[in-house]
Ligand binder design. Structure first.
Ligand code: C5P
Length: 236
């Protein structure tokens, strides 16, 4: 996916293939891609990815792989065969795991004649605070740990990171310019925060340096999802 494109990724946080496809059909003309996460993938299987790709829309497969390097490399290869455009791995899986994932994305794409997907590193989950990190044996504050893992992801050659919109400014300062930032936690000024605690508006996040905006409920639960997405796009 190039940079001169619609940066809205709609999170398809729905439990069935049918409800996901109904949203895809409605929204495809006004958004840039669709995110398939664990709930939808486990419920609907890889067929949901094929069905979305059949419409011509791009897919972000958000399964956050974290395993030994060989297993993650094989999972990435399978994702390339499904023809996804972006996928996620956990940076806490370590340098070797991230390198294996990136290499597998490039080699599998070459073998199958596809464009390699953007492999995105997930750093510290936003559900974690510094106490939670200490509990699992990480004696750093969240900000430092995010920076450490983000730098490791860049060293491994990953093309992007998933991060909170409030982390982008700092990460832009320490990471190479080609690294893309994908940010959830986006709320238009007139939207409810839901369970998101630290949000920026779509325009603010883009100004801070976001490459892609992951937006779920403000679009999918709006009375008219297509109008909501079009209004967000117009606001950028
Ligand atoms: O509905 P909402 O816009 O809050 O959806 C945001 C999406 O981004 C959800 O799919 C959520 O799981 C995901 N996400 C997040 N925060 C993170 C990582 C992913 O909200 N740190």
């Amino acid at each position: 996916m190039s940079q001169s494109r619609n940066p809205i990724i709609v999170a398809l946080d729905v439990p069935h293939l049918e409800s996901a496809l109904a949203l895809v059909q409605q929204l495809a003309p006004v958004v840039g891609a669709f995110k398939v996460g664990k709930e939808l993938f486990v419920a609907a299987g890889p067929d949901i990815v094929r069905r979305i790709r059949d419409t011509g829309a791009s897919v972000f497969l958000d399964l956050k792989f974290h395993d030994i390097p060989n297993t993650v490399a094989k999972a990435v290869e399978a994702a390339v065969r499904l023809d996804v455009q972006m996928l996620t791995i956990h940076t806490s899986g370590g340098l070797a795991m991230m390198q294996a994932a990136q290499k597998s994305a490039e080699e599998a794409a070459l073998r199958t004649g596809k464009i390699p997907p953007l492999v995105l590193g997930v750093t510290v989950l936003t559900s974690f605070n510094t106490n939670d990190l200490a509990e699992v044996g990480v004696p750093h504050d969240v900000g430092n740990q995010v920076e450490r893992l983000a730098s490791l992801a860049a060293k491994a050659g990953l093309g992007g990171l998933v991060c909170s919109p409030l982390e982008i400014t700092r990460l832009r300062q320490i990471l190479p310019a080609h690294v893309q930032f994908v940010t959830p936690g986006i709320r238009p000024a007139d939207s409810k925060a839901d369970d998101q605690k630290r949000t920026l508006t779509p325009k603010e996040a883009m100004t801070a340096g976001a490459s892609w905006l992951v937006i779920g409920r403000p679009i999918c639960t709006a009375p008219n999802p297509r109008a909501a997405a079009a209004a967000i796009l117009a606001s950028l």
